[in-house]
Design a binder for this molecule. Structure first.
Ligand SMILES: Nc1ncnc2c1ncn2[C@@H]1O[C@H](COP(=O)(O)OP(=O)(O)O)[C@@H](O)[C@H]1O
Ligand SMILES: Nc1ccn([C@H]2C[C@H](O)[C@@H](COP(=O)(O)OP(=O)(O)O)O2)c(=O)n1
Length: 292
């Protein structure tokens, strides 16, 4: 306990004096803190939570990544499900039918893990252990990919994975998801699919898969419950064949499109002064549907 306190104080002193990263690493690894150099340029140390292992320096600024133009309508759908539940499979079908851009949190991290940097190595190790990477990093990668795509409709696959992911997203991107698709599937079926998927993934081995299931159970299911309470969750049975699951998914997206079209026709009508006058006039004389 005493040594943990000692390392935390040293860490605070090191941060305020711009001491070399390697020394800060050492202090973090000895204490229960992680260090981030965050998007607003502040250096912070955070208490490590169960799913934020060791330490990762997240070094970026908002200017480096950018942001969406104010007032632009952006549609975001989160796709959650256990490992092997079929998120990627359904996302590629949604893309074909509904014109979304598919952003897979796992693919973005696998790309990051290829880079020959300290951060790349750290991501690689965490993924190999089946653990989650710190939220600010994945949110930054998502935002960067969204801005680069030029699209305004995004399927965010494999995110948020825990409460911390969700809060970091709220803080940094802050666009409420239109809905959250949850692909519900049994552990036995997911395990069978992963071990057959043969994509050469370093984390698709039985030990890592078991750890990923634990993380899903402990950290992702509470996020599912959160969206259930807010009324955003749409649950589909992922145990059916991929085409049968897509029939259910399609119905959800057709409904989403219908709602979006209704909202945009109302706002178009509201922005037309002649139609507003006519509506007022018809309202005064009790004539309905006159302008439709
Ligand atoms: N409904 C399904 N029924 C049977 N196999 C499926 C189904 N959906 C996906 N798969 C297969 O299971 C494996 C995992 O699917 P994937 O989409 O990669 O899952 P996730 O992105 O959730 O990890 C893949 O090999 C995929 O082809
Ligand atoms: N929001 C996220 C998403 C994925 N990760 C990491 C941890 C996950 O085990 C790996 C792989 O995620 P991916 O979504 O590709 O794979 P599975 O759904 O587990 O099959 O990436 C993360 O740390 N944070």
């Amino acid at each position: 306990m005493r040594s943990r306190y000692h390392h935390s104080s040293l860490l605070a002193a090191a941060l305020s004096h711009n001491i070399k990263h390697t020394f800060i690493h050492y202090l973090c690894l000895q204490s229960d803190l992680i260090y981030t150099n965050s998007h607003n340029g502040e250096k912070n140390s955070h208490r490590r939570t169960e799913n934020i292992p060791n330490l990762l320096i997240v070094n970026w600024t908002q200017n480096e990544v950018g942001s969406f133009p104010p007032g632009k309508k952006i549609t975001i759908v989160f796709v959650i499900g256990g490992p092997g539940s079929g998120k990627g499979t359904q996302c590629s079908m949604i893309v074909k039918h509904f014109g979304f851009t598919h952003l897979s949190a796992g693919d973005l991290l696998r790309e990051e893990a290829k880079s020959d940097t300290e951060q790349g190595m750290m991501v690689k190790n965490l993924m190999h252990e089946g653990k989650l990477v710190p939220s600010e990093l994945i949110v930054k990668l998502l935002l960067k990919a969204m801005l680069q795509s030029g699209n305004d409709k995004f399927l965010v696959d494999g995110f948020p994975r825990n409460e911390e992911n969700r809060q970091a997203y709220d803080k940094i991107i802050g666009i409420e998801p239109e809905l959250v698709l949850f692909i519900d599937c049994s552990k036995e079926e997911m395990e069978r699919r992963i071990l057959n998927r043969n994509q050469g993934r370093d984390d698709d081995n039985i030990d890592t898969v078991r750890r990923r299931f634990e993380v899903f159970q402990e950290s992702t299911l509470p996020v599912v419950q959160h969206y259930e309470k807010t009324g955003k969750l749409r649950r589909v049975d992922g145990a059916k064949s991929a085409d049968a699951v897509f029939e259910d998914v399609k119905a959800i997206f057709v409904q989403l499109n219908t709602q979006a079209n209704q909202v945009s026709s109302v706002s178009r009508a509201q922005s037309n002064p002649f139609k507003r006058f006519l509506d007022l006039f018809c309202g005064c004389f009790g004539t309905q549907e006159a302008t439709n």
